[in-house]
Design a protein around this ligand. Structure first.
Ligand code: XMP
Length: 510
């Protein structure tokens, strides 16, 4: 097992980000429930413990508290925000409740005597990101203050002799200018010698798959996206031709997508069967306009089609490209979790299929999956594909889905992708696509009045889809998008550009 830093999850929106940052620094990190017993943490080969932030206040009923045994393990502990307030509370200090929030950038003065701030300039001001309400009124005995700001006199502290540290601000957020340096210093204090190495991870994952699956057969569905492709190639390495893949065309794919995906898989010598199920998907979606209903129908139909083609063929395992963020989301035990959109496409396979789930990517973040894909020799064209949602174009056709709407959107989307791909800006974008709005507006073409649909263009920057910024596309590019769509796509007489960021909007429109 890799040496790791474990992050006890108290429900902060930044928990995943802490984990990613640690891995970016070349060390394996795992997020575990805050209630994990100290003994179990030791078994995980943990060399350091981070206590995350939380939506709770330490005095609140139901506030998450970890096993106090973590302080006896002799492993460095770093509390961030709520994590620091918990340490204060647990060690006899005083946290003051406050309804007033300190949110945003702040300047702190630090003491370089602290191992956490080693290499940073003594006395100089450092910009950090604060996001908290409660604040520390009195530090516990045997602790010393190591950073302060105007609003937070105790912006950081440490135990005088034990490796226990607290930060009121968030080092994982990029606005904390020296955040990575501080996390790197924490890693140094943990004495970790083993690097998180993706090449080694592949070897151990392939061995794991081989042992887990034994002589059984595995079935999986591929979408042509990065995750299912990498999961398939890795599994093929482990079990060879005992892996069978299905590519289900739901009739909601982009222009030429099914041909391109099948050709790419053929070139990689994967055993894929093509199933054109577009008729049944479109039949079931007919007349449906509610976004959540569309997603549910597509999910259910996918399962029906999958089951029809996979059952009774002696498969024991279902391959899924589940990533670490999904695993964390489904195991987080803190705070109310709200469904914003039902994302999971292959939610519940009927239990009668009795397939066991194989998830070789369940410990990885998206950027790591891309790197692994490169190591496995998967073509760059697949690895650099934009994310494309399981429900496909259905959630980009607002309102009713019918053949005419699909045709219009497919054509407009192809123009958007082709034009943007020609521009250097494409390499900086996370996603770019067209959306069909179910409204008609008046226009004039030649001498005639027109009354036709509107296409919206969406192009965003993002690093993980959790937040996104609308892209400032060059005007000339917008101009060519608009003129090409209006002149080439019959049924459209207006193009608009979406200038909303996430949050408060989302990337997709439904
Ligand atoms: P939102 O719209 O929530 O999307 O900002 C975040 C990212 O997730 C993709 N997305 C999905 N992917 N099934 C998927 O596999 C889905 O149902 C789904 N809905 C959204 C979206 O394209 C973006 O990258």
């Amino acid at each position: 097992m890799f040496e790791s830093i474990v992050i006890l999850d108290f429900g902060s929106q930044y928990t995943q980000l802490i984990s990613r940052r640690i891995r970016e620094l070349g060390v394996y990190s795992q997020i575990i429930p805050f209630s994990t017993p100290a003994e179990k943490i030791k078994e995980l080969n943990a060399k350091g413990i981070i206590l995350s932030g939380s939506p709770y206040s330490v005095y609140q009923k139901g506030a998450p508290k970890p096993d106090k045994g973590i302080f006896q393990l002799g492993i460095p502990v770093l509390g961030i925000c709520y994590g620091m307030q918990y340490i204060t509370n647990a060690m006899g200090g005083v946290v003051q409740r406050s309804k007033q929030r300190e949110y945003g950038r702040a300047e702190v003065e630090i003491s370089c005597q602290s191992p956490l701030f080693k290499g940073m300039c003594e006395g100089a001001r450092h910009t950090v990101w604060m996001s908290h309400s409660d604040r520390i009124e009195k530090i516990p005995a045997d602790f010393e203050i190591t950073a302060s700001s105007a609003n937070s006199p105790v912006a950081a502290f440490q135990h005088a002799t034990e490796p226990v540290f607290g930060l009121q601000f968030h080092p994982e957020v990029s606005h904390t200018v020296d955040g990575m340096h501080i996390l790197g210093n924490f890693i140094d204090s943990c004495g970790i010698t083993q690097k998180w190495n993706l090449g080694e991870f592949i070897d151990s994952a392939v061995r794991d798959i081989r042992e887990t699956v034994g002589g059984d057969r595995v079935i999986g569905a591929i979408s042509g996206g990065v995750d299912s492709t990498v999961a398939s190639v890795m599994t093929q390495r482990a079990v060879g031709d005992r892996l069978k893949l299905l590519f289900i065309n739901n009739g909601l794919l982009r222009e030429h997508e099914s041909e391109e995906v099948m050709a790419a898989f053929k070139a990689m010598k994967l055993d894929v069967r093509y199933i054109d199920a577009s008729r049944i998907f479109l039949q079931r979606l007919s007349g449906v306009t509610d976004p959540e209903k569309k997603r549910k129908i597509i999910g259910k139909t996918f399962i029906d089609v999958f089951e029809k083609h996979a059952s009774g063929k002696a498969f024991k395992w279902l391959l899924q490209g589940t990533l670490y963020p999904d695993v964390i989301e489904s195991t987080s035990h803190v705070g109310p979790s709200q469904t914003i959109k039902s994302h999971h496409n292959v939610g519940g396979l009927p239990s009668r299929m009795r397939l066991k789930v194989l998830e070789p990517l369940r410990l990885l973040f998206k950027d790591e999956v891309r790197s692994i894909g490169g190591i496995l020799g998967i073509p760059e064209k697949i690895l650099s594909r934009q994310p494309f949602p399981g429900p496909g174009l259905s959630i980009r056709i607002l309102g009713e889905i019918n053949k005419q709407h699909i045709d219009i959107l497919t054509k407009a989307d192809a123009i958007v992708r082709r034009e943007i791909e020609k521009s250097p800006v494409a390499a900086t974008l996370w996603q770019y696509f067209a959306v069909l709005l179910p409204v008609k507006t008046v226009g004039i073409m030649g001498d005639e009045r027109t009354y036709e649909y509107v296409i919206a263009i969406r192009a965003v920057h993002s690093t993980d889809a959790m937040t996104a910024d609308w892209a400032r596309l060059p005007y000339e590019l917008m101009d060519s998008l608009s003129s090409r769509i209006i002149s080439e796509v019959v049924g459209v007489n207006r193009v608009v550009y979406d200038i909303s960021s996430k949050p408060p909007s989302t990337i997709e429109w439904e």
